[in-house]
Write a protein that binds this ligand. Sequence first.
Ligand SMILES: *[C@@H]1O[C@H](CO)[C@@H](O)[C@H](O)[C@H]1NC(C)=O
Ligand SMILES: *[C@@H]1O[C@H](CO)[C@@H](O)[C@H](O)[C@H]1NC(C)=O
Ligand SMILES: *[C@@H]1O[C@H](CO)[C@@H](O)[C@H](O)[C@H]1NC(C)=O
Ligand SMILES: *[C@@H]1O[C@H](CO)[C@@H](O)[C@H](O)[C@H]1NC(C)=O
Length: 570
Amino acid sequence: MHLLSSSCVGSLVLVLATLLCRVRCIEEVVGLYGETLEIPCNKGAVNGEDVKTITWKYHKGDGVSGNLLIKHKNENVSIDGSDEYKDRINMAANFSLLLTAAKLTDQRTFTCMVMAAKTAIDYYVKVLVYKAPEGVEISDKAEELEIGKLTKLATCVARDANPAAKIIWLKNNKPLSDDGKGISIQTSVQVDPVTSLSTTTSMLEYSANKEDTDAQFSCSSQHSVGKQMTSSPLTFTITYSTEHLILQVNAQELVEGDNVTLKCVADGNPAPSSFNFHLKGNVVTVNNTDTYTLTNVSRDTTGEYKCSLIDNPSMVASKEVTVDYLDINLSPTGSVVKNVGEALDLTFQSNSSRASKVSWTKDKVKLHKEPKFHKLTYSDSGHYECEVTMGALIKKLSFKLLVEGAPVIKQLSKQRGEDGQHKVLICEAEGSPKPSVSWSINGTSLHESPFVGGKVTHKITVVPTLNLTVLCTVSNKFGEDTREISVSPLFEEVRVDKRDQSEDGDQTKLVVGVVVGLLIVAMVIGLAYGIYQKKSKQGSWKTGERENGSSEEEKKLEEKVEENSQKAEV
Ligand SMILES: *[C@@H]1O[C@H](CO)[C@@H](O)[C@H](O)[C@H]1NC(C)=O
Ligand SMILES: *[C@@H]1O[C@H](CO)[C@@H](O)[C@H](O)[C@H]1NC(C)=O
Ligand SMILES: *[C@@H]1O[C@H](CO)[C@@H](O)[C@H](O)[C@H]1NC(C)=O
Ligand SMILES: *[C@@H]1O[C@H](CO)[C@@H](O)[C@H](O)[C@H]1NC(C)=O
């Protein structure tokens, strides 16, 4: 058995031995690249006392072996080696083979042959030389990632490792795996022809989404020796094309003359900086802005407006723009002079896009309706203004009317002065321009009223000594009017007054008048009282109201009675 083992040169036997005692007999030693590798003989359990000779050999392949070291008992180690190993080998005191500057070509099976007095045993040691990668390098970093587009994000390289390093990609420190859609990872390994070290290259293709804006991407190497190495994190600008386009109008309500700014609001990263504005058939391109201003809009501006992307005309937004208008028309306007008694045709028209409100004023005083002038009077003169309001828009038109004509005396009357010593004559006239008033007698001028609405009232005080006929004459450039009034002397009148206060009075007439008046009052009171009685018999809840009404009526009646009785007294 031992013999058989020791002469395990034939490949059949070697395979057999390998199969039989893979764990026990063929030991595996892993060394680090470039460092000194210790290859122990029988795991270090060699009794130096029994050993006559220890020989280290290595398998060259094809069943050929090469010599390395030989040590006879009580002798120094001698290098029996070939060119390949002679400078890098030595033997430790416990018979381990020491190999400096381990290389990948050292990955082979070494044999330690221990010859004792009666036995010769071969111990096989399989050597593996491992090397961690130098680090991880990132290259070909993408400038930006476009959402939804599979883009080469970066390449990660782990150089010079054995066995080849494994590269994993991380997003926010969580591993990414190739899902055949949004994530594609292509890995390749290249072996250096000189060192036989492997360089692993991994390329990540990635389809970004919006949440990747601040995501940190990194790559990491995994290797059986050495610790995991991770690249510094990468972040990317996430770009996406415009998905939403909105056309905004900066005003809620537009009226003619306004300026309106259209704004084309687009998302996307980077957002578009140029747009086409479609202005009712016209296309205007703007650069480095997203607005277009329409100045001094009119009702013709009303319509549908659009904006679109220059590089993607199918991306369109539209907005309805409505410009309100208000036209008003008044005839006549300016200054109008008319003759009294004539008609004035007034036409007012308003045309507006929305409901409007019309109001009229005359000399700044509100009128309840549009004025009509079928037969002009002096009081119609004035400044008329109509104001039309539609939302915030207000328009006004006005005209100034002057009614002219020859003066007319409306009334000529007389009054006894308060002190009984004089008489007051009152001449009321209408006309325009303002008529001048003259009297046929000299009197003390008391008062002339202001000239309002074509009316003027003139009063004089006279102290007549005999029966007089006094004339009042009013005139302006259009003509004149005269009326007369008889005035009797005061002393005579005082006497007359005792009989009859009225200047031209007729006592009989007055007495009859008073009697008739009293009769009427009595009838009215009777009638009212009858009604009151009837009503008060109705529903009690109404009674109060009716009573009030009745008492008011009664009050009025009483006043009338008083008035009449006063008249009766005079
Ligand atoms: C052999 O000796 C060296 C020191 O000379 C020691 O480092 C090593 O661990 C020993 N090997 C075994 C297998 O005992
Ligand atoms: C605005 O337009 C109207 C006619 O559409 C014109 O009469 C008016 O002068 C314009 N105003 C300005 C300030 O341009
Ligand atoms: C009025 O007075 C003037 C002088 O002041 C006189 O000339 C005239 O005769 C008088 N007229 C009458 C009607 O008394
Ligand atoms: C004035 O007229 C009245 C009648 O109208 C007459 O009775 C009176 O005598 C007259 N007086 C004078 C002073 O003429």
